[in-house]
Design a protein around this ligand. Structure first.
Ligand code: AMP
Ligand code: ZN
Length: 114
């Protein structure tokens, strides 16, 4: 998508601090971290949110999950734990309409989900 900021990051038109990349998936540090570890894991292809992510695309789903696991291990939160969040649609407060999984860790997260 032409004007999507995460598509621009994928194309290298905007800078990012990458922590994982393959041909289908990219992970980079959130620009406004809410925790000591705050990484966004995205499909390189533009899907607005999890509702648009094709459930039949086993290769992409598997790659996203592998990337999440690898990032969590490499950034040292696999043992201590982390929160995985995919805001979806207006009520979630999703600001960037390109599917992204937040990995948040490195501190105790609150009990509330809000
Ligand atoms: P959401 O509210 O789930 O759509 O989250 C969007 C996230 O993208 C926020 O945590 C932002 O800090 C983050 N973000 C926005 N622009 C950038 C950028 N250029 N590089 C890295 N993270 C970004
Ligand atoms: Zn996009």
């Amino acid at each position: 998508m032409q004007d999507c900021i995460f598509c621009k990051i994928v194309r290298g038109e905007l800078p990012s601090t990458k922590v994982y990349e393959d041909d289908l998936v990219l992970a980079f540090k959130d620009i406004n971290p809410q925790a000591p570890v705050h990484v966004l894991v995205i499909p390189k292809a533009h899907y607005e949110n999890v509702l648009e992510l094709p459930a039949h695309d086993g290769q992409l789903l598997s790659r996203l999950l592998s990337a999440i696991q690898q990032v969590a291990r490499e950034l040292g939160v696999a043992e201590t734990g982390f929160r995985l969040v995919a805001n979806t649609g207006p009520d979630s407060g999703q600001m960037v309409p390109h599917l992204h999984f937040h990995i948040l860790g490195g501190r105790k997260m609150g009990h509330g989900m809000a």
